[in-house]
Design a protein around this ligand. Structure first.
Ligand SMILES: C[S@@+](CC[C@H](N)C(=O)[O-])C[C@H]1O[C@@H](n2cnc3c(N)ncnc32)[C@H](O)[C@@H]1O
Length: 353
């Protein structure tokens, strides 16, 4: 037994996911018999060994984030020190790309941080500070790409009597229903994801994500906090939840044994409310709209360029292909950007209706 939850290794999905993804040796999942018992995200291959985020899809993503940082810089009045925080940094790929994409004068004033549970990768630029929690008093941009979906959550399921109960799981992925929900989790569910009394309906209880996001936003003294993730809002919750796994590029059953990623879409409207200092509509944009506003489009280069400068044409064509992937409907373009300005105006416009 390593769960402390009682008999048979049953525990809630939150604790099971926490040790499967982030456990240290001896604590992370070991159900596969894999000799590497560390949590999935502490393993040497990093997230990029198992799936492509926007960061890995194209350097244009870092270019867009660098442009956003420049907008924040302007809104802040070009401070002597401008912070960029890559929250849940993986192996520091985004912060590295952003530093490379910034104009020299902005780069010179930028203090760069990577915040990550996993250890600092070898070869990362010495100017990037590697931390396990965001620094306090950020003046600049805190950017979290695909973080919140990996903050572990409990799962609820409606029983035959119509009562939402906690779902318990073993390391091999077998599930059974536990106690009826109560306390803060029941309140969160009632407010953000009320489950009709229909057996089998499920929801992920986003409370730990709300708290994590609110804590991250509170580290920004002035500037902007952005979370980019696949998500849903109250008008369109998925009836059976979205808990799933990823291993080596493929979607797989979510088995909390450390062998795969475990992820669930994010209730971003709830996070938005938790991170806001005043009530108002959730400041959400699609990635398609956000990247367009930052000058990243999938438009093909003019054919005439092929005649005058074939190499430039081929380069521009490749860039257009990458931009199309980042903004594709049904793919990365449908990701949501949650933008929470602190002491400045929102530097990105709302998506047109
Ligand atoms: C899906 S990966 C995304 C990596 C990177 N942002 C990207 O877009 O490629 C999620 C990352 O979040 C990290 N993570 C999860 N919770 C964290 C926390 N509380 N603080 C710092 N990093 C965290 C994981 O270790 C993992 O590297």
């Amino acid at each position: 037994m390593r769960d402390g939850t009682g008999s048979g290794g049953w525990r809630g999905w939150r604790a099971a996911t926490r040790s499967a993804l982030y456990g240290t040796d001896g604590e992370g999942g070991s159900g596969t018999g894999d000799s590497d018992a560390r949590g999935f995200y502490r393993r040497p291959e990093g997230p990029a060994g198992h799936f492509r985020t926007s960061v890995h899809a194209s350097p244009l993503f870092a270019t867009a984030v660098a442009r956003l940082l420049c907008r924040v810089d302007e809104a802040l009045g070009r401070p002597g020190t401008l912070d960029f925080v890559d929250m849940a940094a993986g192996r520091g790929e985004l912060v590295t790309g952003v530093l490379a994409a910034l104009p020299a004068d902005v780069a010179a004033r930028t203090r760069a941080y990577a915040v990550e549970i996993a250890g600092r990768p070898e070869g990362l630029a010495p100017r990037i500070t590697w931390l396990s929690a965001p620094p306090p008093q950020v003046t600049g941009l805190l950017f979290a790409n695909e973080w919140l979906d990996n903050v572990p959550v409990e799962v609820a399921e409606v029983d035959p009597a119509g009562v939402p109960r906690l779902v318990l799981v073993r390391d091999d992925g077998t599930e059974r229903l536990g106690d009826p929900l109560s306390g803060a989790e029941a309140e969160w569910l009632a407010r953000w994801w009320p489950l009709p009394a229909e057996e089998g309906l499920r929801a992920e209880i986003g409370l730990p994500r709300d708290l994590a996001w609110a804590a991250a936003v509170s580290c920004v003294a002035r500037g902007l906090a952005v979370a980019v993730d696949y998500g849903h809002t109250a008008d369109a919750r998925p009836p059976f939840g979205t808990l799933t796994g990823f291993r080596e590029g493929r979607e797989t059953a979510p088995v909390p044994d450390g062998s795969c990623d475990i992820t669930a879409h994010v209730a971003l409207d709830a996070c938005a409310t938790a991170g806001a200092d005043a009530p108002g509509p959730a400041p959400l944009l699609t990635q398609h709209a956000a990247l367009r506003a930052l000058g990243i489009t999938g438009a093909r280069p003019p054919l005439a360029l092929a005649g005058t400068d074939p190499a430039a044409y081929v380069r521009a064509l490749a860039g257009a292909g990458e931009a199309a992937e980042l903004t594709a409907p049904g793919g990365l373009g449908d990701f949501a950007w949650l933008l929470q300005p602190v002491g400045i105006a929102n530097p990105l416009p709302r998506e047109p209706a």
